[in-house]
Ligand binder design. Structure first.
Ligand code: UFG
Length: 329
C-alpha cells in the first residue's frame, strides 16, 4: 500500500516507516525536519520536506505521491512545553491536522491512522485503563490530541474519512538493527536520560517525585517498544483498507514499572550502577499510567514482540551506545 507518513522522520514515525518497508508497503515521508532527522528516513523512501501549516505543500505531496492512506505522526509532543506554550500545541496539533484532513478530502484519500496518546485520559480513575475510560486531559498536549480525535469523527460524517487513533503509553526502545533510535532535543524521556547518565553525558538522573501513592513512591508507567507501536500502525492501516470501522486503541504492555524499577533494569542491562538523585514531582505527572490493550489484541490481532522491559532497554542501549550524539554523530 502507498502510505504518506507525516512526521516520518521522527521517533515513532521513522520506526514505522522502516517497518512499512520491511512489510512490503510503499511509504513516503512528509516532515518539516524541525524535530525529525533526515538520516532516520531509509534510503529510497521519498521525503517531502514541508510543514502541516503549508497547505500547498500538502496538496503537492498528496498529488505527486497519490497515497492510498495517511499515517499522521507530525505534531508537538512534550507535555511540559504544552503547558508553557499552549498556542504551539493547538496550532500544530489541531490546525496542522485540519490542514492535513482538508488536503486528504481534496485528494480523495479516505483512510488515516492517527498518533494519539495516553495523555487523553488525564489522571486515571481505573487501572489498567480501557479505551472507554473517561477522558480528562490535564494538559494542552492531551487536549490537542483528544480534540483531534473528535475532529476525525466529524470528518467521517461529513467527508467519509475513516480513522484509527492509537493511544500510546510510553514509547521506548530502538530498532533492533541499531540503525535508528530516539533522538530528541531537549531529551525529556526517562529511558534515554538514564542511558545518557550511563554515557557520562549528564551527571545523574533526577527522579521526579518519591512520594506518589505507589509501592516505592515513584511514578509507574507502561513502556511499550517503538517497533511494536510501528507494527500496530501497520495492522491498523491494513484493517482500514479491509473496510474496518473507525476506532481507537490503547497500546501498552499492560505492565507498569516505577521510575526506580526502570533504573534497576537499566543497571542490569548496562552492567553498572546509574547515578541518581531524588527530586520534587514534575508538574502534571499522573502517579500510575498502565494500559489495557486487550482491544488492540482482539480486534487488530496485535501481539507485542518486545513486551519485556529488559529487552526494550537493551535495544535503546545499543542505539545510544553506538550513536552517543544521536543522528548528529
Ligand atoms: N522521569 C523522571 N526523571 C526524568 C524524566 C522522567 O523521574 O528525568 C519520570 C517522569 O516523572 C515519569 C516517568 O519518568 O514518571 C516517565 O517520564 P517520561 O517523560 O519518559 O514519559 P511521560 O510518562 O511523561 O510521557 C508519556 C508520553 C507522553 C504522554 C504522557 C502521558 O511520552 O506522550 O506519557 O502522561 F503524554
Amino acid at each position: 500500500m502507498r502510505i504518506l507518513v507525516t512526521g516520518g522522520a521522527g521517533y515513532v514515525g521513522s520506526h514505522t516507516v522502516w517497518e512499512l518497508v520491511a512489510a512490503g508497503h510503499e511509504p513516503a515521508v512528509f516532515d518539516d525536519l524541525s524535530k525529525g532527522h533526515r538520516a532516520a528516513v531509509p534510503e529510497g523512501v521519498p521525503l517531502f520536506e514541508g510543514s502541516l501549516a503549508d497547505r500547498a505543500a500538502l496538496d503537492e505531496a498528496l498529488a505527486s505521491f497519490q497515497p492510498e492512506a495517511v499515517m499522521h505522526f507530525a505534531g508537538s509532543t512534550q507535555v511540559g512545553e504544552s503547558v508553557t506554550n499552549p498556542g504551539l500545541y493547538f496550532r500544530n496539533n489541531i490546525c496542522g491536522g485540519l490542514n492535513l484532513l482538508d488536503a486528504m478530502v481534496r485528494a480523495g484519500v479516505r483512510n488515516i491512522v492517527f498518533s494519539s496518546t495516553a495523555a487523553v485520559y488525564g489522571e486515571p480513575t481505573a487501572v489498567p485503563i480501557p479505551e472507554d475510560h473517561p477522558k480528562a486531559p490535564t494538559n494542552p498536549y492531551g487536549e490537542s490530541k483528544l480534540f483531534f480525535e473528535a475532529i476525525l469523527r466529524r470528518y467521517e460524517t461529513a467527508h467519509g474519512i475513516r480513522s484509527i487513533a492509537l493511544r500510546y503509553f510510553n514509547a521506548a526502545g530502538a530498532h533492533p538493527s541499531g540503525r535508528i533510535g530516539e533522538d530528541h532535543t531537549p531529551e525529556t524521556h526517562l529511558i534515554p536520560i538514564v542511558l545518557q547518565a550511563v554515557l557520562g553525558q549528564r551527571d545523574k538522573v533526577t527522579v521526579f517525585g518519591t512520594d506518589y501513592p505507589t509501592e516505592d513512591g515513584t511514578c509507574i508507567r507502561d513502556y511499550v517498544h517503538v517497533c511494536d507501536l510501528a507494527a500496530a500502525h501497520i495492522l491498523a492501516v491494513e484493517a482500514l483498507a479491509d473496510g474496518a470501522p473507525s476506532d481507537a486503541f490503547n497500546l501498552g504492555n499492560g505492565k507498569g514499572f516505577s521510575v526506580r524499577q526502570v533504573i534497576d533494569v537499566a543497571e542490569r542491562v548496562v552492567g553498572k550502577p546509574i547515578p541518581y538523585e531524588e527530586g520534587p514531582r514534575r508538574a502534571g505527572d499522573p502517579a500510575v499510567l498502565v494500559a489495557s490493550s486487550e482491544k488492540a489484541r482482539t480486534t487488530l490481532g496485535w501481539r507485542p514482540a518486545y513486551p519485556d522491559l529488559h529487552t526494550i532497554i537493551e535495544t535503546a542501549w545499543r542505539w545510544h551506545k553506538e550513536h552517543p550524539n544521536g543522528y548528529g554523530a
